[in-house]
Ligand binder design. Sequence first.
Ligand code: IVH
Length: 674
Amino acid sequence: MNKLPAESKKEIEMLVKDLNEHSHRYYVLDAPTISDAEYDKLFRRLQVLEEQYHYIRPDSPTQRVGASPLEKFEKIKHTEPMLSLGNAFSRDEVREFDKRVKKVLKTDSDVEYTVEPKYDGLAMELTYRNGVLLRASTRGDGFVGEDVTRNIKTIKAVPLRIEGVHPVPEEIDIRGEVFIDIDEFEKLNKERGREGDALFANPRNAAAGSIRQLDPSITEKRRLHMACYGLGAVKGIEFRDQADFMTWLKKARFPVPLIFNVVRGIDNVIDSLQAIEEKRPHLPFETDGAVIKVNDFALQRTLGIKTREPRWAIAFKYAAHQGITVIEDIIANVGRTGAITPVAVMRPVQIGGVTVSRSTLHNWDEIERKDIRIGDTVVVERAGDVIPHVVEVKTEKRTGIEKRFPPLEQCPVCGSNVVREEGEVAFRCIGLNCEAQVLEKIKHYASRGAMDIEGLGEKNVELLYNQGLIRHFVDLYKLRKEQLLELPRFAEKSAQNLIDAIEKSKATTMARFLFALGILHVGEFAAKQLAKNFEKLDDLYRIEAERVMAIKQMGEKLAASISGFFSEKENLKTLEDLKRLDLKLTNPDYHEEGEKQKGLFDGLTFVITGTLSRSREEFEALIEANGGRATGSVSKKTSYVLAGNDAGSKLEKARELGVKVINEDQFMTLTGGK
Ligand code: IVH
């Protein structure tokens, strides 16, 4: 290990401080002062220094990523239990809450309250010791939650260190809600749809599902956010009231609720509820109510807790945009990857000014959980801009003729078998020539983020397909103008334009093309990662899954899918056909960032010994994929000994020679992925 010179130590510390400051400006204040490229440059400089000197501060932004997947979450006991909230569904119930408060406080004067939106996500506790984020845990049953520290660290808005306040408390538990913005939620679901994954039913499920991921690299991609609103156990600092605490949180760079009002007297509380409700349709996140809290902490203590709810706070729930209608039918949609999505066809109903006649039922788990049947009378809700969903079934309206809609055994389009892979929610048609899939694949190929063929939207793809002119996206390149001219929608100019657009699309980037291929689980992000690491298409032919997994953020499922795709003869033939058709791929992404990953172990030699969780060959492949060398015997020149369980003489030799010994976890961290 290289000795750490004073100026490098100083540089590392400055970089950590600056990067955290920029992160805060970007993710919390929404007011960045440097460009993404400048940020990346500083970040890479820090990475290099840290690697060189092995001096990694716990609050370093590099520590937000790169942790390897866990087997399971550890349990964490909350120092102070995490409570839930009672609900008020009307203004009268809010007034009753105020009466109860005054009664316990034995006062007739107006009480000071705070009002903030109720975030619809997952409650979280962040524990900071001496200012450094020690751990993050879910609410769990209120007493014991799960340790999700590594996942929380990927949320850029969460400070790794408390800064900007004096004194820094010895220990403090800060509570808040992890959530996903509606925009991000919709993007995520769209991407999942495209990749053939089952959709999340709502933003809350998306946030919860993203936090409860054993692999932090998945959490990182989900762009979660957090709003801090509560105090748990604390040592070394005192707060007078909720407002005081909020001011401190803001100063200490924590993300706080977007709206926070302090008002005196219940009438003002009700005005404030009204004001938040009016803003609700414009808020970037999902909220179904507002939380009212007695501001003064001393009064909160006097009021205390009743069973598991505080007497000093209540959640006011806004009436949702709901309607009641009947499910006339359930149909199954087959997507590009064969994923089958059940969709309810409903008697049209007006909800919040919009006619709703269809609602995705997401997946069969959801149908089963809510016991949704054809003929059922259901409550349908449209929250914010989120797609309508079935809230509940009015079972009392059942007449006995309602029909269940069990998972299909055959694809409704091609009749092939339907399977459900282990650990997946989606059922999938396995038919290779399934018309629905073929058609969706061509649509995807031509679509905007993919080959971006202008004038070839869904309608035109359907037309060409139904006329028998295309059966595969390769056929697009064989289309002739005369053929188009015979179709109802085309005239001389539009036909020529389409032919030109198809021709023009031949020159594209490797990343776009990889995305356009529609490989299961490969979205735009994964396609870009691939393009960064493989220069040419040929480099991917018959690629082993292990080599794909050596790339940062590429999981097992994804790697298997990619490896499978490029091993399939039929697919390789398609790629060769495309090459002959003069497809011109450029790869500006290659090595841009990949360089560091690829040459991560450049010049380093490893010796593997002992029992590891995977085969020795797999680790060797990982080392080589990163530019390193795996050798059989330990010498002074060995950079690292990767030691598993029951390591013997090689481990001893390493210790003797002072060669650095690392375990599997540390090795995985070094590779920067999984
Ligand atoms: S305060 C003593 N404030 O709502 C209770 N909770 O239904 C402390 N929630 O478990 C909660 N936004 O997960 C509080 N601004 C907010 C909130 C909020 C969302 C959640 C929280 C809590 C649940 C109770």
